[in-house]
Write a protein that binds this ligand. Structure first.
Ligand code: SAM
Length: 624
């Protein structure tokens, strides 16, 4: 055997997704000179490489709160979980690219880091506003999955209850800030470079959230604070002021996004008319006069001619808005309007509706008439899944307005990790009736539902999206059934399928034997091949794993999953033969994953597999 071919396949590390290591590798790629022999980062060298760009001062401008430093540990603690497919709770599993995940969003955001990194076009979140009445998730970086399992009743609860974060708690704001910081940090990494995040919030935490986001996204990426008029009636029981608005903070990931436009509405179209029967259609006009004086802008001061009167015209004080060349073009194109019979003192510039296909620049005041109210949201949810099951859902029209601004292309992914009743899923499904194929990923905690027939809020999310799908199916549409994607895949957070090696196990012989056995046979008994498949995809394949179309084939009598048209083969059978390995290799995949236990006790077969795959150009063969 040539020396450079190893005879052991590499082990696919699925026990954890190590975010700190991912960041360290990114730094090492950017600054190879700062890398130590052990693959770590030499901070002193990094400082030297960056020179004056490093601020090594002790006092820094920024936001601080008790518990902030623990947030970094929380973010870096690897996730020990996986997402289990729930086909029975899904709609059109095979065809759908939409995803609804039940679980704590911190763990879930960690699990999405590999396959959704830089893939999400728009995030919308509507987190707990910290009004003193909601449950704020208590992150525990040493045992975060265990904490989740206790809260969600999947292991002995020992008295864990979803209690609310009350204003009398000494760490009222800090707890909320820590909860938000870690999630936003991880969420930012999932955004595309031209992606954006919209965050609903009210007066309680808006100033804190803005500071937090300035730190996470960068002040320069703040776009605006949209004021949404969420109701139009005042509450006369309020003591000092009745709040009728919410804030929606909008940040972009980077300046790769340099332009935003909203779709045109009937109202915005209504200002266009055609009083002079211009053959180019309806138009509106804008002033030709600049705010600057002629002294300030001598280049923009020149005489222009009113063609109807033949007079030369100049503004006595101000310059024009446009250069002389632009004016000459406007005059040639007959775009200057001087009134019906040339009676106006100064011209206006005609703008034609037909030329504005790109839409209009968004404003940051969203009126209830255009965008809907909280009451509209409630009525819609009541009609879909029953009265009074979910408090204060947003109206789908609010999120559709965001989608209309940002998600205009097939394949745009929308993420909402505080999904509640699933309004974002509802909005995406309705918006897709325009023929653009957007998909959604929703995450919702199985927080107990305190009223109605549902046990948990995550059940409400799924039920509401199902009801929307049924309604859309029976409603008339301009799209064919092939063009519409009316379904979703349900997943739930659970401990990894692969039992991690317990380094703390005692020296007891039986315990040791168990650990040794785990070295090979280390999957949980109750898990299915599909469970394993999605964990492998999620943690090792850099594409949105949860919505991948996976084909199943039988090769030499064994079941094989094929991803990306045979680029990636996954076989989770407990025994394999040389004929099977040769048949898989002859299909020339790029990557192959098999069970380690399929080779147990047969080192020769393992060596043959490595050789066979190598000779057929397989770039990665790993075992789990
Ligand atoms: C204000 S509601 C969202 C309402 C939603 N926009 C709608 O229109 O229905 C916030 C949701 O976040 C959920 N939530 C809170 N903490 C969470 C966590 N750690 N992981 C996932 N969901 C969480 C709550 O259960 C609640 O349903």
């Amino acid at each position: 055997m040539p020396e450079n071919i190893p005879n052991e396949p590499e082990k696919l590390d699925l026990a954890s997704l190590d975010i700190a290591a991912q960041k360290r590798d990114e730094l090492a790629m950017l600054f190879p000179e700062a890398r130590t022999e052990g693959g770590k980062i030499d901070f002193e060298k990094l400082k030297a490489v960056l020179g004056e760009a490093v601020d090594a001062g002790r006092e820094r401008y920024g936001m601080n709160w008790p518990g902030k430093s623990e947030c970094m540990r929380t973010i870096q603690a690897p996730s020990m979980g996986t997402l289990l497919p729930m086909p029975e709770a899904s709609v059109e599993w095979d065809a759908s690219e939409n995803v609804i995940i039940e679980g704590d969003n911190l763990e879930v955001l960690k699990l999405l880091q590999k396959s959704y990194l830089g893939k999400v076009k728009m995030i919308y979140i509507d987190p707990p506003y910290n009004t003193g009445k909601e449950f704020i998730y208590p992150d525990n970086y040493t045992e975060s999955l265990q904490t989740y399992l206790e809260y969600s009743g999947q292991v002995d609860t020992g008295g864990r209850k979803f209690g609310s974060n009350t204003e009398t708690d000494g760490r009222y704001h800090s707890k909320w800030l820590s909860m938000m910081y870690s999630r936003l940090f991880l969420a930012r990494q999932l955004l595309r470079d031209d992606g954006v995040i919209f965050m609903s919030i009210d007066d309680n935490e808006v100033s804190n959230l803005r500071k937090l986001c300035d730190e996470i996204f960068g002040e320069e990426n703040f776009i605006t604070d949209i004021i949404w008029e969420k109701r139009f009636t005042r509450n006369n029981d309020a003591k000092l002021s009745s709040s009728v608005v919410d804030h929606i903070l909008l940040y972009r990931k980077s300046d790769d996004l340099s332009r935003l436009r909203e779709g045109r509405t009937e109202k915005s179209n209504s200002i266009y008319s055609n009083p002079d029967n211009d053959e180019r259609g309806p138009w509106t006009s804008v002033s030709y006069i600049s705010q600057r004086t002629r002294a300030e802008r001598p280049n923009l001061s020149y005489k222009i001619v009113n063609p109807q009167t033949g007079n030369d015209v100049e503004h006595p004080v101000n310059a024009w808005k446009y250069s002389k060349e632009q004016y000459e073009l406007h005059a040639r194109e007959n775009r200057l309007y001087w009134g019906r019979s040339g009676e106006n003192e100064f011209p206006r510039l005609k703008r034609f509706l037909g030329e504005l296909s790109e839409g209009i620049v968004p404003v940051n005041l969203w009126n209830y008439k255009e965008t809907g109210t909280i009451d509209d949201g409630t009525k819609i949810v009541d009609a879909l899944i029953g009265k009074d099951v979910f408090d204060y859902p947003k109206p789908p029209s609010l999120i559709r307005r965001m989608l209309g601004m940002v998600c205009k292309d097939d394949g745009d992914i929308v993420l909402d990790f505080f999904a509640g009743s699933g309004t974002t899923g509802h909005a995406v499904l309705e918006q897709n009736e325009d023929g653009v194929r957007r998909s959604f990923v929703l995450v919702q905690l199985p927080e107990p539902a305190d009223k109605g027939p549902f046990q948990t809020i995550s059940e409400i999310t799924r039920a509401r999206v199902k009801a929307v799908i049924e309604n859309l199916r029976s409603a008339p549409s301009t799209l064919t059934s092939n063009e519409r994607e009316l379904g979703f895949r349900a997943f739930k957070l659970a401990p990894s399928n692969f039992i991690p090696w317990d380094g703390t196990a005692s020296n007891d012989a039986a315990q040791l034997a168990k650990q040794l056995q785990l070295g090979i046979e280390h999957t949980r008994d109750d898990r299915t091949p599909d469970d394993l498949l999605y964990e492998i995809l999620l943690k090792s394949w850099g594409e949105p794993a949860l919505s991948l179309k996976v084909a199943e084939e039988t090769i030499e009598g064994l079941r094989v999953f094929s991803v990306a048209n045979g680029l990636f083969f996954i076989c989770l059978e407990e025994t394999v033969s040389l004929e099977f390995i040769r048949a898989v290799a002859s299909r020339k995949p790029d990557r192959v994953v098999m069970r380690e236990s399929a080779f147990a006790g047969n080192d020769q077969l393992k060596t043959n597999a490595v050789q066979t795959f190598k000779s057929q150009g397989v770039t990665s063969f790993k075992v789990v």
